[in-house]
Design a protein around this ligand. Structure first.
Ligand code: IVH
Length: 670
């Protein structure tokens, strides 16, 4: 059969299953028996197994092929459910510790709570006065889906806890997972145990969840009213006492050397476990220290996941395509002969950038080793030169953007004094089709406008149909037209409309992140938002070309300023923002307005003792103050550490700014 024919057949099956899903989930009136339904599902799996290029967002191999997520009520987590950053080797662990020492501005001995990282789905359980009142999925980390009834079907989850010392109000968090043996029985329905757990948990009918043997292991807390516990290890002991299961391999270790030895041993032993483990989690055991270290945008500074090494396999490069990213970066991707790596069929592997191709001398037709670790994108590690065919030619990286034909360049990095490894399209605007699509995908993403009814695939589809060209088009969609498109029904259209409407209310920092200015990530967008306070002020500053004002912000440097300038040199970008600000309700950043340092600005000069600049800055901000990076009239206090810069002290004196010591500053805070 020809590929086109196979695709057609596949699509027919997918449409068929979608139809039945709809009848079952939305209308609760199935028209076929369970076994007929299973047969269609199996046909789809068989096709996917045989032809790895077949993929569909609504395939049953993606969880249950049906996302009833929009049907679940959502709830904002009282404390965010963040993810962990990853370490792959000792160097990563050393860097992790180094960052902690830098943050604290001193070296300390650390006790780590070491816990196996079970590869499942995290869930949060809210107990009030001993009763399980709500259970949620992680969702986007800020807001989860309320799946209480489904979670209640899990035997490991207590509904009522009567211990006297059980907190009055607490979120218990842990992992929902399925054991390997139980998964064997479900192999035909799900790609891996993790998908099985996820699919089962998000069933609309809790009785369906009950059919699949799920387990729950507790490991942390979210909200915790008047927490008196001092150590993670003590918290784990309490969890057990209160009736939760905890992992039997949790332990305390002290040095990176110890972590490394345990990791090596556990990596080999893990195959004897009843469940899948994809690494170890190391958490600083002292909870006060955890609090002091806090979080970066996405993950805690006090914990890291040490992944087990990647699985790998050999395959042949059939083609090399160049992908164009949101910021114009050209990324070469190898299309390889499909190969099974650790249970997942891989047909694409990243080659990172032009320099990597040159360094490894990767060519079409080469036999290459491909590695894959957990959720990380598979990549080519090396070329088997013995297998290289005679007459093979070096791969020539294109000089022009494959999407819009513009010239491409490698930028010169002033700090490293080197040219970038990444080649970029010079277009960087909405005139380059691929960049435009990626910009819109970024705009809708979770950390940006968070329009969950509009996935990446839908954006591509809407682009092809000429429904979207710019972000503002999202707010002017022709829903009648969409409801007539294949795969769309009344419910999915109303869900889409709902999530687009919901996204209209957005905080300034998320909006500034969403518009996708290079070098303005979540953290920098927050800094800008805190500084300008309202979208009106932001537009005003841009209008007056007053970008240098941002140099006052501690954390914003020349790279960001130049990027802002380049972005707004393109008048279209300005128009888009103006247009969006008239459609959206962009709220000012909610600042903590009841702290002791409200309306006070600070600046540091010289080395502080026993505290890093970063921690000092967050202390000030937690107390409603702000930190600036230059001496000017707006500055109220200059805090002097060891060996201050004389020029700054002099300037401060001239402007009559209060000059205080670290001790005096801490006194202001009590
Ligand atoms: S602590 C901010 N402990 O790993 C703290 N997570 O990328 C995050 N996980 O979403 C949670 N075992 O699903 C923690 N012992 C453990 C864990 C664990 C597995 C998962 C969890 C989380 C992800 C972090």
């Amino acid at each position: 059969m020809k590929e086109a024919e196979i695709r057609k057949q596949y699509k027919k099956k997918i449409d068929e299953i979608n139809q039945h899903n709809k009848l079952y989930f939305e209308k609760s009136s199935p028209k076929i028996s369970d076994s007929q339904y299973d047969k269609i599902k199996k046909d789809i799996f068989d096709l996917e197994k045989k032809y790895s290029y077949l993929k569909s967002a609504s395939s049953p191999s993606n969880s249950l092929g049906y996302t009833p997520s929009k049907n679940f009520v959502k709830s904002k987590h009282r404390v965010k459910m963040l993810s962990l950053s990853n370490a792959f080797d000792v160097e990563d662990l050393e860097n992790f510790e180094k960052k902690i020492f830098n943050y604290l501005n001193k070296k300390i001995d650390i006790d780590y709570s070491v816990e196996p990282k079970i590869d499942g789905i995290s869930a949060s359980l809210t107990y009030k006065n001993g009763l399980l009142v709500m259970g949620t999925s992680r969702g986007d980390g800020t807001t989860g889906e309320v799946i209480t009834e489904n979670l209640k079907t899990i035997n490991d989850i207590p509904h009522k806890i009567t211990n006297k010392d059980f907190p009055k109000d607490i979120d218990i968090r842990g992992e929902v997972f399925i054991e390997k043996d139980d998964f064997k029985k479900l192999k035909n329905d799900f790609a891996n145990p993790r998908n099985a757990a996820s699919g089962s948990l998000r069933q609309k009918n809790p009785l369906e969840t009950k059919k699949i043997p799920l387990n729950f292991v507790a490991y942390t807390y979210g909200y915790f009213e008047s927490n008196k516990i001092k150590k993670q290890s003590d918290f784990l002991i309490s969890l057990k006492k209160w009736g939760f299961k905890i992992n039997e391999h949790n332990k305390i270790l002290k040095t990176i050397k110890d972590l490394e030895i345990f990791h090596k041993k556990f990596e080999n032993d893990r195959f004897d476990l009843k469940y899948d483990v994809d690494g170890l989690v190391y958490k600083i055991n002292n909870l006060d220290l955890q609090n002091r270290l806090g979080f970066t945008a996405n993950s805690p500074r006090w914990a890291i996941a040490h992944k087990f090494s990647a699985d790998s396999a050999y395959s042949i490069i059939k083609d090399i395509n160049i992908q164009v990213g949101r910021t114009g970066a050209l990324t070469p991707v190898a299309r390889i002969k499909p190969v099974n790596i650790g249970g997942v069929v891989v047909s694409n592997a990243t080659l990172h950038n032009e320099d990597e191709i040159i360094r490894k001398d990767i060519r079409l037709g080469d036999t290459v080793k491909v590695e894959r670790a957990g959720d990380v994108i598979p990549h080519v590690v090396l070329v088997d030169l013995k297998k290289r065919e005679k007459g093979s030619k070096k791969f020539i990286f294109p000089n022009n953007c494959p999407s819009c034909g513009s010239e491409t360049i490698k930028e010169f990095n002033k700090t490293t004094k080197k040219y970038d490894a990444v080649r970029r399209c010079t277009n960087e605007g909405y005139d380059c089709e691929k960049i435009a699509i990626e910009k819109i995908k970024h705009f809708i993403s979770k950390d940006a406008m968070n329009i969950d009814g509009l996935g990446k695939k839908v954006v591509e589809n809407f682009w092809d149909l000429n429904l979207i060209r710019f972000p503002q088009d999202i707010y002017n969609l022709d829903y009648n037209k969409i409801s007539n498109l294949e795969g769309w029904g009344d419910l999915s259209v109303s869900n889409l409309k709902y999530s687009i409407d919901q996204s209209k209310k957005v905080s300034l920092d998320k909006f500034l992140y969403a518009i996708g200015i290079r070098h303005i990530g979540i953290e920098n967008a927050k800094l800008l938002a805190e500084h300008v306070k309202s979208i009106k002020n932001f537009i005003n500053l841009v209008n007056k070309d007053k970008f240098n004002e941002f140099l006052d912000i501690d954390g914003i440097g020349e790279t960001q300023i130049n990027s802002l300038k380049t972005f707004f040199e393109n008048k279209l970008n300005y128009k888009i923002i103006e247009k969006l600000s008239s459609i959206l309700n962009i709220s000012d950043l909610k600042l903590n307005k009841d702290g002791k340092l409200l309306n006070n600005t600070f600046m540091f000069t010289g080395k502080l003792s026993n505290i890093s600049r970063a921690e000092a800055k967050s202390l000030i901000e937690e107390n409603s103050g702000s930190v600036v990076s230059s001496v000017n009239k707006k500055l109220k206090y200059l805090i002097i550490g060891e060996k201050p810069t004389n020029r700054k002290v002099q300037q401060a004196k001239e402007l009559g700014i209060k000059i205080i010591s670290q001790k005096e500053w801490l006194n202001l805070l009590n």
